[in-house]
Design a protein. Structure first.
Lengths: 382, 124
């Protein structure tokens, strides 16, 4: 058996590092942080627990920042970020959150991110951004270099972030903050939990109902322990986070989306609201508008291998007669599906659900079909 | 009954002129939940160090190398339906394949149980 590679780079720690170690987590390097890939019960159990109860994830490695308009105008802040992303930020209601992508001039995806119009009193003209851990330095530099006068980026490296996901998440949170538990999907609120200031949004990365909770890093261990003290809640590592998001059909940056993919190829048109599709005014708008009109030459699809063998990232996809038509960008075993699942990019002519494909795994063609995503139904609280 | 180990964490338990091959308890614990095992076909001829099988956890695929040279005379096809057996009972029901050795002296280069346990301690 092959040994995993080790890096000698000094690793950063989240405010919850000691909690992971105390829980017996297996720690691995991820995006420059020493992160829990799994706890002693293992990925399958953690995955299933999240689908059936509630999982608690430390995602403090992600980048949290504010975009602040000096003139306290939402429009000023919204226009500044809309110059970089294709989402409609201008029409966000206070406390509303949206998923979007930082785009390059050619329409390639530089990162994906969450944007929230801050609703707390005294914060007019503030946007709250959450970006990927591995991309935050690049993202912040990219954003700062393109901000107009009067709009500033404020990194919040002192914040912690955790996600509470699963069908029991609402009931668990209701005991601590009825206001947070009553949020609608993609809405947020500032609340107190046990005297700790928290910014809670109804969102996540598992396909389940749930919440993402930001707080001061120094308060994160107390909040983590409070949430974990509920018997419905167990700590969940990055391994299950990946299998959960894969079954939910959600993109992982650097794998399913990157500078070589456009939001339309990636099937993210739903994240580009009508006004922006029509008006453009974001990097790569010309390509995005063209691909909306004519279709992209290749598209991201779900792929269901027919046997039991998982097809991993990088697996070549062919037609049954051997024509190479694409590549797997995420693939593995889906515990809820109880079988292998994958996603990848294929040529448009073989992208219809049900199309027969072959996956070349260890030199052998394995039959597979284009499948509808998500593989496990979304259970968001709409 | 003699069991020998490789530094890639395969074991071989000698039974006459053949050996039962699997992965160690340490290996299964490092892999985590095994969800798929690909076994060689019976009759396949392997040289020591060849890729003999593939074991996949939720996260990743790993190769299982032949600890000795020989012919595959039997495989544990129960693993196709119940790959988790590798986690539950790696030394018993979670075996991978039976190899008829072509060169008994290759066993001399492998670790004894005691040496392997020392080796595991040194890397963990």
């Amino acid at each position: 058996m092959a040994e995993p590679a080790h890096s000698d780079e000094p690793l950063l720690q989240t405010p919850l590092h000691a909690q992971h170690v105390a829980l017996g987590a297996r720690m691995v390097p991820f995006a420059g942080y020493d992160m829990p890939v799994q706890y002693p019960t293992g990925i399958l159990t953690e995955h299933n627990w999240t689908r059936e109860h509630a999982g608690l994830f430390d995602v403090s490695h992600m980048g949290q920042a504010f975009l602040v308009a000096e003139d306290k105008s939402h429009e000023t802040a919204a226009r500044a970020i809309e110059a970089l992303i294709p989402a409609d930020v201008l029409n966000l209601k206070p406390n509303q959150q949206r998923y979007s992508q930082l785009l390059a001039e050619d329409g390639g995806i530089l990162d994906d991110l969450m944007v929230t119009r801050v609703g707390a009193p005294g914060h007019e003209g503030w946007l709250y951004l959450v970006v990927n851990a591995s991309m935050k330095e690049q993202d912040y530099a990219h954003i700062e270099a393109r901000l107009p006068q009067g709009v500033a980026l404020r990194r919040k490296d002192d914040l912690g972030l955790m996600a509470l996901q699963g069908p029991s998440a609402e009931a668990v949170l209701a005991k601590l903050s009825p206001e947070a538990a009553g949020l609608a999907f993609m809405m947020s609120a500032d609340v107190q939990i046990d005297g700790i200031w928290c910014h809670v949004s109804r969102s996540g990365y598992t396909g389940e109902d749930g919440f993402e909770i930001s707080c001061q890093g120094k308060d994160a261990p107390a909040l983590w322990n409070k949430l974990l003290s509920d018997p419905e809640v167990k700590a969940i590592g990055l391994g299950a986070r990946d299998s959960l998001r894969l079954e939910a059909g959600l993109c992982l940056y650097g794998h399913d989306i990157d500078p070589n993919t456009s939001p339309i190829e990636a099937g993210l048109i739903w994240s580009i609201q009508k006004r922006r599709r029509e008006e453009g005014g974001f990097p790569g708008a010309e390509r995005v508008q063209r691909e909306i009109k004519d279709g992209a030459a290749r598209v991201r699809v779900g792929i269901k291998p027919e046997g039991r063998a998982p097809a991993r990232e990088g697996t070549v996809i062919t037609t049954p007669d051997g024509r190479e038509v694409g590549i797997v960008t995420s693939g593995g075993f889906g515990p809820t599906v109880n079988g292998p699942v994958a996603m990848g990019y294929v040529a448009k002519d073989v992208s219809a659900v049900g199309t027969d494909l072959h996956l070349i795994v260890r030199g052998k063609p394995l039959p597979a079909k284009v499948a509808a995503m998500p593989f496990a139904p979304h259970r968001y609280k709409r | 009954m003699t069991t020998r180990y490789t530094k890639d964490h395969e074991y071989i338990r000698i039974e006459g002129d053949a050996g039962i091959v699997g992965i160690s308890d340490y290996a299964q614990s490092q892999l985590g939940d095994v969800v798929f095992v690909e076994l060689p076909s019976v009759g396949k001829s392997l040289s020591k160090g060849d890729e003999a099988a593939v074991v996949e956890s939720v996260k990743a695929a790993s190769e299982v190398y032949a600890p000795v040279s020989g012919e595959v005379v039997e495989v544990n096809s129960d693993l196709e339906a119940s790959p988790g057996t590798v986690n539950e009972d790696p030394a018993g029901r979670g075996w991978f394949m039976k190899i008829r050795l072509t060169n008994q002296s290759e066993l001399d280069g492998l670790m004894t149980e005691e040496q392997y346990q020392e080796f595991v301690k040194s890397i963990s």
